[in-house]
Design a protein around this ligand. Sequence first.
Ligand code: ADP
Ligand code: MG
Length: 657
Amino acid sequence: MSGMYEVITPNIDVSRIKGVGPKMAEKLQSIGIYKADDVIFHLPSSYVNQSVVNLNDAEHNDNVTVEGTVKTEPSIAFFRGGKSRLTCFMDVDGIYVKVTFFNQPYLKEKLINGEFARVFGKFNKNKLEINGQRLIFDTDGGYQVRYSLNQQMHAKTFRKFVEAVFENCRFNKDLPEHLKQKYRLMNIREALWHIHFPLNDKVLHEARRTIKFYELYEFQLSLMEKRKQERVYNDHYIIDYDVERLKSFISTLPFELTGDQKRSVNEICRDFKQKISMHRLLQGDVGSGKTIVAGICTYAVKTIGEQTAVMVPTEVLANQHYESFTDTFKDELSVEKLTGTTSRREKAAILERLRNGDIDLLIGTHALIEDDVVFNKLSLIITDEQHRFGVNQRSKLSRKAYRKNVLYMTATPIPRTLSITTFGDMDVSIIREMPKGRKPVETYWRRFDETDKVLEMVKKEVDSGRSAYIVAPLIEESETLDLKNVQEIYHIFAEYFGEETVELIHGKMKPNEKVFGMSRFESLEKKVLVSTTVIEVGVNVPNATFMVIFNAERFGLSTLHQLRGRVGRSDLQSYCVLVSDAHTENAKLRMEIMTSTTDGFELSERDLEMRGPGDYFGVRQSGLPQFKVADITEDYRMLEAAREEAVNVLESSGGKE
Ligand code: ADP
Ligand code: MG
């Protein structure tokens, strides 16, 4: 936002602002205000509408500013801890009201029997009382404008500087005329002025609307710029795959693709045929069938004799992908796996074949980014659960590419507003539709003292040949005793089912042990898997139809949804039981939401509502901008409009083929 205007005076340091001495400059700097620019973008934190109303028109519980005559000598009652209550009666618009002020005993001197006073406070119409918040003395403008100034200076002082900056600066940036007209927006300078010095609610609202749009538009423009840089056009990027071979390959798949899978494949293949360096996000709920889409694209790349890499965040996931790719694409693709546990001899052999181009698809963990991993012609990079990789790891793999085409896959349904904010620089393909025959997972919420019943339910499923996941948090013994440790849960289940039926996996085990444990569960040698959330990502055991989550209140909606997504992966009816005593309102709400819907996109919207955007991914990871006025959850319509306009700008400036 800086550099929005030129200061006519050559120096734009705060110390050059009229009235700001060295001491004041220091104070301003201590709250992050260094330049004139920062002054006018240090926007008010709140407003108190001081416009006086007639008390006869006020509703119960309104915050009002009223004026009248003090009718009694104020009296003060003091309480323990220095607290106090000041009380007097006033005649306001013919109403005899009791006015109280808590913890402002010094107001006694200002409220003089028989004299005029202006009070801001909350009106209790039933009791004819005003819970006073402040006395108002200065009457300039209808508002008292408040700033967060860290007690460094008075708001009045700060506003003088704001005024001085406005006097001395001219803006060299504004929204394009046609957008201001189309959306009925002010000039940016005008809007900022009204935000600091509002005339009335309507003008203030319009001014804020302008700045919101400006923030969102500027942000979307910067994303578009990034996108332009990513979407490089060059003949070199064309993957001129063999359409006929790809079509006949798709026809050999064991099932018909869903409409969304087809559309996603088409979108990716269209990118392939263009002169574009692909930069695309494939979004789809767990079990929606992203792996098949990835496999088809890998096959397309293979038809021109080039290679694909799939990078995943965990060993378990690497194994899963390896299994499902080799299962489905048996003789069609030569697939290998490289992880931290691959032996040196194996690795040497794989690297050799990779260099020769004998491997079509290499699946692996971070092991893929090591320097000695050299591809023959790497032309498609797929990362699963991309937000789990750092930027460095991703770009290290990109540098190995012969033709850089990147497909990010995520099983975390992202609310649309967030998706166009955080992934606005990418093209997006979405799989919403689940494969045919899937039944929604029946979900229940049970208390701890109902664990016996839960055991019975699990037994019924296991007896009929199905598998069950039991998830429990791993916690140190020193933590709250209420929480059921994964070990403890394991013992309960092992006792009930017998150790030969129950497997235990937790995050503190060695990768190898986890892999063996997983494979016993996958091969149905063990029907019950007790684990921490290590199974959160990507595991696929279609025989599993039961999921129990202990201390479910410890998990956010998106994690609960991911966990539940481990079941319901076949045409069998599946079940999920959340075991929780849910002591807080928030926890109860999460349990209720989970039992009421299985739609990942709906859940993600509710999650965003509950947590707010900053917390949704963690601000740092998401690179979410901190807007001053805009709120991407509330202002999503405007966000979409701003995005559309930014896209138009990009396209008219020749960014498209
Ligand atoms: P995701 O990676 O999106 O979580 P997967 O690709 O692992 O989902 O698919 C989940 C399961 O659904 C797999 O067993 C897969 O074989 C199956 N599947 C995928 N697409 C279809 C389809 N169109 N019809 C039927 N089953 C499908
Ligand atoms: Mg998957």
